[in-house]
Ligand binder design. Structure first.
Ligand code: SF4
Ligand code: FES
Length: 375
């Protein structure tokens, strides 16, 4: 251990120093990118979460500087704290890749592949995992689990067949509301999310269970089947809310607000507010404020380019926010003296020419007005 109480840990050959007590998963997230293992049940804003799904398994090839023996089994990185000199393998370990494929296969044993009709499609962690590690066929020969339908109230829809029993929604209800009315009933294959005596989930902060659910087991009834997330334009917005931070992401099409969610960070967790507290939002903001006039629009939400949501993303327009001026930003703050539309000025950019019809490399003649490549 160094003087500053920092531990040196190497993950996938990248060394980083982190405070004692940091978990391997958190250290890997500090490195970022693919080095960070996937996490279906751990949620840094929920105390006690993690240790359920095993998607975050990693190989510890060196325990510590003092005891360099490797750990005999793969360990859950969300529940394993770093030791000084520890060496960890995530994507550089064949054992981990193999085990992760096995975990995904187990998670999909009972999970229906109903992504085409699931509201979580496009932002589902299990969908991403299946894409990366899943197999095209199942070895499972039995009927998938079915459940009696439970009505959780007017705002939240439960699809129990999609639940992976990560416990995030239970921790959310425990830690954000004063009286939890749902939980995991029964054990083993019969375990299910339910309210036992058909109570509705109506606490003012209970809507956050929708945001923490990593799959489509808990979805927003006010948004259900209305649109696909990749057709919507996420915009950051806020309002002066007496109950919560009021900082949200609006999911719009045109000027119409389809859905309101908390703002999420790159790990899919609710973002912190400027005062360092998790930006959970209340039910009023989430379910009742569906007019753009209810909100102060801040601008387009940054979406990872890898996300399918980015495919339909834009940076501005529809009268809600001005497109960002980029010229001054890249020109040391100087504004341009004269701006010309290159389509007006250059024949090379004639939009009437069908580029797909040009054979071989193009040259000046290709763009003569008498050319034969017209669209
Ligand atoms: S409903 Fe969602 S958040 Fe709750 S345990 Fe199931 S998968 Fe996890
Ligand atoms: S994220 Fe670590 S066990 Fe689920």
């Amino acid at each position: 251990m160094s003087e500053q109480n920092l531990f040196k840990v190497t993950i996938d050959n990248i060394t980083i120093e982190v405070p004692a007590g940091t978990t391997v998963l958190q250290a890997a997230r500090l490195i970022g990118g693919q080095v960070a293992p996937p996490a279906m049940c751990f949620y840094s804003k929920l105390q006690g979460s993690g240790g359920k799904c095993r998607t975050c398994l990693v190989e510890v090839s060196k325990g510590s500087e003092k005891d360099p023996r490797p750990m005999p089994k793969l360990v859950a990185s969300c529940r394993t704290t770093v030791m000084d000199g520890m060496e960890v393998k995530n994507i550089t370990s064949e054992k981990v890749i193999d085990a992760r494929a096995g975990v995904v296969e187990f998670l999909l044993l009972n999970h229906p592949l109903d992504c085409p009709i699931c509201d979580q499609a496009g932002e589902c962690h299990l969908q991403d995992l299946s894409f990366e590690h899943g197999k095209s066929e199942t070895r499972y020969e039995f009927h998938r689990r079915t459940f009696k339908k439970h009505d959780l109230g007017k705002n939240i829809q439960l699809h129990m067949t999609r639940c992976i029993l990560c416990y995030r929604c239970v921790f959310t209800a425990d830690q954000l509301t004063n009286k939890r009315v749902h939980g995991i009933l029964d054990r083993g294959d019969h375990a299910e999310i339910a309210t036992h005596i058909e109570k509705s989930l109506d606490n003012e902060f209970i809507g956050n269970v929708i945001d923490v659910c990593p799959v489509g087991a808990l979805t927003d009834k006010t948004f259900r089947f209305k649109n696909r997330v990749w057709f919507l334009k996420p915009m950051d917005a806020h309002r002066d809310c007496p109950t919560c931070s009021g900082r949200v992401t609006l999911w719009n099409r045109g000027d119409e607000v389809y859905r309101v969610t908390a703002r999420k960070d790159q790990w899919g967790e609710v973002e912190d507010t400027p005062d360092g507290k998790p930006g959970w939002i209340c039910n009023t903001c989430r379910f009742d404020k569906k007019e753009t006039s209810d909100w102060v629009i801040e601008g387009p939400r940054e979406i990872s380019r890898q996300s399918v949501i980015a495919q339909g993303h834009y940076a501005g327009k529809i009268g809600m926010s001005k497109p960002k001026e980029t010229f001054a930003a890249i020109n040391d703050g100087r504004a341009p003296h004269l701006l010309m539309d290159i389509h007006d000025e250059s024949e090379v950019n004639q939009p009437t020419i069908h580029l797909g019809k040009i054979q071989g490399p193009s040259h000046g003649d290709t763009f003569n007005t008498n050319n034969t490549h017209k669209a």
